[in-house]
Write a protein that binds this ligand. Structure first.
Ligand code: CLF
Ligand code: SF4
Length: 489
């Protein structure tokens, strides 16, 4: 549990690093815990959602080719993208499969670190099988190095597992919010299945059975399955541990527990009836409770159905329909492979450094068990490389002098707008960074620096690997603390 001071001790820091079995169970988000199975590691190494490490370096893109949906979720308004994988209130431009394939090639040449194409809406991809599979076919034909990924509510999944396997779609997400249809009645008012509309308990029961059948079929076909669960306080918050147990027993690879977003202006049933979303501490509590059982995703950004870029950035506006249709793709496999090779070399170097430090850790026999939180402004690459005022989110690391462990991100409004900083925005940013001992940035102005200092957060300017900058700060922090303690005693 986090102390309000931002200091976490070894004894009370809940660790993800306790594999308790299951499919390649390993801590999620911990550089020191690795997926043991080498082959499995290779399958997820370039997928930014399935591998926390990959999300620092590799980008994904979505194409919005699937407009229809076959169920109704109480957190979704059909005017917007599928809220199972997107922030509600976001509308994407609908594309034909041909337009989508063209867009993929354009992005693949502009952003060579884009390694995954996902279809996640705006409705349910498997309620639009023609468009979804046609898009995948076109892309697989023209850009064979891009991994294919899809996200579904699961209702039609059992029908399509063979097709999914055939097309070499190696990653499938199912949103599973319950394994008890009674609870499902509070989340799903109706479904449409086999040309018939079902309501209430019957609807939830069918959906549940189809999801379980689909999940099992994916496991049998050796397709990696991520399960998304939307945490809805008072409805499934206490139930998600059971969901976690069941999906693990049926072969899910990773669990992504996401917060319900229910702003009234999105016009969803939950938004309009005052159903609240979870607080960050409630989300963390449920994630922690489930993390001992299987790999847990904590870096999801609930992106849009036409998202482009690293998970923490949004470059979709650079590739709107009017723009990408004018662009001629220059898909260059060799160039892409070179870029990926550079990333791999950098990752290998980071890994080597971490291994050496881990060895030192044993030697040092944990001289102290102090852990601190630091916030980082980064544009990706696991490097401190962003101005404080340009950050729209800060990555949070838990540092213990040996390693810097990514534990999540905190979104903020960008402080610097057109060369000026807004005081009220700065106050909110500082509030968001509460509990951190430092913020690592490539640059920061005097005013925010002083304000941060006044609340005990040191602004550190650096342009280097996050791990190195974080550990350097940690050492300086500890020696200062020791010096202060010496003066006092
Ligand atoms: Fe897209 Fe989803 Fe594939 Fe990733 S997103 S279809 S698994 S490529 Fe990723 Fe976005 Fe979270 Fe989804 S951060 S919402 S988990
Ligand atoms: Fe909306 Fe997605 Fe649920 Fe369909 S599956 S109702 S598009 S959130």
């Amino acid at each position: 549990m986090l102390h309000t001071s931002g200091i976490v001790t070894t004894s009370d820091a809940k660790s993800d690093s306790k594999p308790v079995g299951g499919c390649a169970s390993a801590g999620c988000g911990s550089p020191s815990t690795e997926v043991k199975d080498q082959k499995l590691q290779e399958r997820i190494a370039k997928h930014p959602c399935y591998s926390e490490e990959a999300h620092h370096h590799y980008a994904r893109m979505h194409v919005a080719v699937a407009p229809a949906c076959n169920i109704q979720c109480n957190y979704c308004n059909r005017k917007y993208d599928c809220a199972n994988e997107s922030r509600p209130g976001v509308v994407s431009e609908l594309l034909t499969p041909e337009e989508a394939a063209h867009k993929v090639l354009v992005v693949a040449s502009e952003i060579p670190q884009m390694s995954v194409l996902g279809i996640a809406g705006p409705g349910d991809p498997l309620a639009n099988p023609k468009q979804t599979f046609r898009t995948f076919e076109l892309v697989a034909d023209k850009a064979p190095d891009i991994k294919l990924c899809l996200s579904t509510n699961g209702l039609m999944l059992p029908e399509y597992v063979d097709r999914i396997k055939e097309l070499n779609i190696d990653h499938v997400t199912i949103t599973i919010n319950m394994v008890d249809p009674e609870i499902g009645t509070q989340i799903y008012p109706w479904i449409r299945y086999n040309r018939k509309r079902y309501k209430g308990l019957e609807a939830s029961r069918i959906l549940h059975e189809r999801q379980m059948e689909g999940l099992q079929a994916l496991a049998e076909a050796d397709i990696l399955c991520k399960v998304n669960s939307v945490l809805i306080p008072g409805i499934n918050d206490r139930h998600l541990a059971e969901v976690n147990k069941v999906i693990r027993s049926k072969g899910a690879f990773i669990h992504n527990i996401m917060p319900l977003i229910s702003a009234p202006e999105h016009g969803t049933h939950f938004g309009l009836t005052g159903q609240r979303g979870p607080k960050p501490s409630e989300l963390k509590f449920v994630q922690d409770a489930c993390s001992g059982n299987m790999k847990m995703m904590r870096h999801c950004r609930q992106c849009r159905a036409d998202a482009v870029g690293l998970l923490g950035e949004d470059r979709s506006l650079e590739f709107t329909k009017d723009k990408f249709l004018e662009m001629n793709p220059e898909y260059d496999l060799e160039k892409r492979q070179e870029v990926h090779q550079t990333i791999e070399t950098f990752q290998a170097q980071l890994k080597k450094e971490r291994t050496e430090k881990a060895a030192k850790k044993v030697q040092k026999q944990q001289e102290n068990n102090l852990k601190i939180l630091v916030a980082v402004a980064t544009k990706g690459g696991r490097i401190v490389n962003q101005h404080f005022g340009h950050a729209k989110e800060f990555q949070i690391y838990e540092v213990d002098g040996i390693e810097a462990k990514f534990i999540g991100h905190r979104k903020v409004d960008q402080y610097c707008q057109g060369g000026y900083g807004e005081e009220a925005t700065l106050d909110n940013v500082i509030k968001t960074l509460e509990g951190c001992k430092a913020v690592l940035v490539s640059k920061i102005g005097d005013c925010p620096k002083e304000k941060l200092q006044a609340v005990g957060i040191e602004a550190v300017e650096a342009y280097q690997a996050i791990d190195t900058a974080a550990i350097d700060f940690y050492e300086q922090y500890v020696s200062q603390e020791n010096a202060n303690a010496g003066v006092k005693s």
